[in-house]
Design a protein around this ligand. Structure first.
Ligand code: IMP
Ligand code: MG
Length: 179
């Protein structure tokens, strides 16, 4: 699998130290609050798993399944909620977690949906931010790294549902994007 990678953009050590920094900020901000995390499937899974294990107090955790991209590197228009979260979030402090905010369509759709359930507070946290392609007015409160235009894979992010299990974030060789 690593032979398919043209270059590593963010290595495991960089991810680890950024997550330490982020968890310290989140611990400070959510310490005495009744905190619920809603993670957007599937891209956020690896980030989520590593992040929540750095939090030393109980968190309520749920997931939502939303899709904008199919098996392509290009957006396909509207975001759809494929499976809703189940926890009662009324009057709770909710943090939405995703792998990357690109056009912003996914995050905006999910945040708009969650707002209807009257959370006490609602913020978002992403591993990656690509501001160059933003179409929707959405700005995550917590963000680990900025990336450029290149389509990236690894650490949860996929191409054609593969490469999520790479332990770093990288760019594939051109020939791999057309397989
Ligand atoms: P948005 O709705 O355009 O902001 O796109 C967000 C979703 O598209 C993310 O949750 C990712 O699943 C996917 N996505 C966007 N850019 C990339 C990328 O470079 N690699 C892998 N997935 C991506
Ligand atoms: Mg996603």
């Amino acid at each position: 699998m690593k032979n398919d990678v043209a270059k590593v953009l963010i290595n495991e050590g960089q991810i680890r130290s950024k997550l330490q920094e982020l968890s310290a900020t989140l611990i400070h901000d959510y310490k005495d609050k009744d905190w619920t995390i809603i993670a957007i499937l599937n891209g956020s899974l690896v980030f989520l798993a590593d992040l929540i294990r750095l939090i030393p107090f109980p968190i309520r955790l749920d997931t939502i399944d939303a899709a904008t991209y199919g098996d392509s590197t290009l957006p396909k228009g509207e975001t759809k909620i494929l499976r809703q979260f189940k926890l009662d979030i009324e009057d709770k402090h909710v943090l939405v977690i995703d792998d990357i905010v690109d056009t912003g369509s996914t995050l905006k759709r999910v945040l708009d949906d969650i707002k209807k359930y009257s959370p006490k507070s609602l913020k978002s946290c992403v591993l990656l931010n690509r501001s160059s392609r933003r179409r929707c007015d959405v700005k995550p409160e917590y963000c680990c790294f900025d990336v450029g235009d290149e389509f990236v894979v690894g650490y949860g992010l996929d191409y054609n549902n593969k490469y999520r299990n790479l332990p770093f974030i990288g760019v594939l060789k051109t020939e791999c994007y057309h397989r």
